[in-house]
Design a protein around this ligand. Sequence first.
Ligand code: URA
Length: 234
Amino acid sequence: METIRLDKCVAQNYGCSRREAGILIRKGLVTVNGVPVRDAALKVSGADQVRNAEQDLEVVTREAPRYFMLNKPRGVITATDDSEHSTVMSCFWNEAGGLFPVGRLDLDTEGLLFVTDDGAWAHRVTAPSRKCPKVYEAELENPADPGLKEIFAAGVLLRGEKTPTLPADLEILAPNLVRLTIYEGRYHQVKRMFASQGNHVISLKRIAIGGIALPEDLLPGEYRPLTPEEAALF
Ligand code: URA
């Protein structure tokens, strides 16, 4: 039976980094077969019962992490649990627990969202230092001013923030339809970038993340596993 390190197992289950998992373990908050273990390098397998004693949750030990792409539909929230809305996890059937979404799309945004149980991988996709490109198509209320290309390439200051956005690439596809590539993931970033220039995003779709494009035949609500080659890009 395959084994994995305890910190990796905890990170996969909670969507945290290995460092954060290590802190939880060193605090004695993780038990293996009922015994608190402070050694993050301990190898565990599917035969071990691992628990997060702080939250009294079972940690599922998996032999291999899983990676999916979902075409997130509008109207579902990017979370594992919500008292008001359906979550993106409701799109998944026949998959055991432990999965969580990587990053976040707004309730009314659709498109490419990764879902995994590998916290370290998720961290690599979203870490600001990696500047992973994310491509969005946006329908705008007003025609896009051609000057926006230069403005977004230079970076804009969003309301309430101290540092300008990183240079972003804008393509104007039609008067009210644009494609924007950003290299960070601030709160409501695309909508706020257009709002900062007096325009308004009417609909928003993410069409690619880090070189992986949303396939045209993957309809909203559908998902498929990433190939090993795709998962290895991050
Ligand atoms: N930017 C936004 O404004 N919303 C999203 O869902 C993603 C990026």
